[in-house]
Design a protein around this ligand. Structure first.
Ligand code: GLN
Length: 236
């Protein structure tokens, strides 16, 4: 955490990367930090503003192809997100935001350069992946199954430096086999929804990475019930 012990949550380019309720991820982190008495500062950085490098958690949402390629160009030119990652900041990225963390991705039929923060690249799939997604999360992360909603045309291929976030049990995710990726404190997923409302344990993982400490438990009866309902519904 930063010097005044405030957790700085940075919502990256809400004017470009904020589809399907991804902003809810910011609200969930803010809420779950507040329930633990952690002072939080939420910083929304539009694409015409410099990216601060002293944030603790950076959130990138989904976006259509045009805004996605513009966001990647601006983040590369700005350099603030790279500086933040170099100092150990946490990054949580969804769909378009996830794809642009890799080496390359496709937008409007053109191959675009990514930010090279995760060892992966994305191309286009034969169909658009739309619908519920579920998967068993990498046991090293110690989390219950992931559930969410996906809507993307891209397919993502992981290199040896990126670990799959989950093994897909419903939906497509990266390629029909795995979903999302993580390495160090950078984590990406195809799960919209917002993902952290549906997967509060994932929100707490990001908070633990950022604070370096244990977190008091929260009564998650309702999100747990939603997870069980969705897993049962998609298993039919
Ligand atoms: N434009 C990207 C794709 O279709 C990302 C879409 C999204 O963020 N939902 O693959």
């Amino acid at each position: 955490m930063s010097t005044e012990s405030r957790l700085r949550l940075v919502w990256v380019y809400p004017d470009l990367l904020s589809t399907y309720g991804d902003r809810g991820n910011l609200l969930i982190l803010e809420h779950r930090a507040a329930l633990r008495g952690l002072p939080v500062e939420c910083i929304e950085v539009r694409s015409d503003q410099p990216m601060p490098a002293d944030g603790d958690i950076y959130l990138l949402g989904g976006g259509e192809d045009g805004p996605q390629s513009l966001a990647a160009q601006r983040l590369a030119a700005d350099g603030g997100l790279h500086r933040a990652v170099d100092r150990g900041a946490v990054v949580f990225a969804v769909c378009a935001g996830y794809q642009l963390l890799g080496h390359s991705f496709y937008a409007k039929g053109t191959q675009c350069r990514g930010l090279e923060m995760l060892d992966l690249h994305s191309d286009r799939g034969p169909t658009r992946a739309v619908g519920e997604i579920a998967g068993e999360i990498d046991p090293r992360l110690g989390l219950p199954p992931l559930t969410g909603f996906e809507n993307h045309g891209g397919r993502t291929h992981l290199g040896p430096g990126a670990h799959p976030l989950a093994r897909v049990t419903t939906g497509i995710g990266n390629d029909g086999q795995t979903e999302g990726a993580w390495n160090g404190r950078i984590l990406g997923t195809y799960s919209h929804g917002p993902a952290l409302a549906r997967n509060p344990d994932l929100a707490d993982l990001l908070l633990r990475w950022a604070t370096g400490g244990d977190l008091a438990p929260i009564d998650d009866t309702w999100p747990d019930r939603l997870r069980r309902e969705r897993l049962a519904a998609v298993a039919r």
